[in-house]
Ligand binder design. Structure first.
Ligand SMILES: [Zn+2]
Length: 167
């Protein structure tokens, strides 16, 4: 090993910064909806509960305190887009598209294709009446993992494992 390699290895210092809440700590295909919890990105204490209904693509987004998301007025907000992205990562694009009944075009569809297929139909804004239920399932998952949503850094772990589908 050259001196350069040694010194470059030695420079690798683990980050001491606290881990943030995962961008999308909870996602599920349930109750005829893609739904989940998306962190605000700026405020660790604030999360959004976002959902898209299968078939109609009626969408909803509100905070855990049941305030409507300012970005979801007539349009998929960034939280809903992040939710779709995470769902595609976890379940695969085919399964997400099939569940939502989205007509995805193209040979190599991805999360953007699914999002586009839905927004192209100009979906209506749905109600967020299921948000409390989704949020409580998220909290139960946290409790199950014995982690509180505002816990300080967990050096060796990601915030919490996501509910990855078993292939
Ligand atoms: Zn939103």
């Amino acid at each position: 090993m050259s001196v350069w390699e040694k010194s470059s290895t030695a420079r690798v210092v683990p980050s001491a910064r606290p881990r943030k809440l995962a961008k999308v700590p909870f996602v599920e295909l349930a109750d005829g909806r893609l739904q989940g919890v998306v962190s605000s990105g700026s405020d660790i204490g604030r999360v959004y509960v976002s959902s898209v209904e299968a078939g109609s693509f009626a969408f909803a987004c509100s905070t855990n305190n049941n305030r409507p998301c300012g970005g979801a007025r007539g349009w998929f907000c960034n939280h809903i887009r992040a939710l779709i992205g995470e769902a595609v990562l976890q379940y695969g694009v085919d399964r997400v598209a099939r569940y939502l009944r989205a007509e995805v075009a193209g040979e190599a569809p991805d999360a953007d294709s699914v999002t586009h297929a839905m927004t192209a139909t100009r979906p209506a804004q749905g109600d967020s009446s299921a948000a409390a239920q989704v949020f409580s399932r998220f909290l139960r998952q946290l409790a199950y993992l014995e982690l509180a949503p505002t816990t300080a850094p967990l050096p060796e772990m990601q915030w919490f494992p996501t509910t990855r589908a078993v292939a």
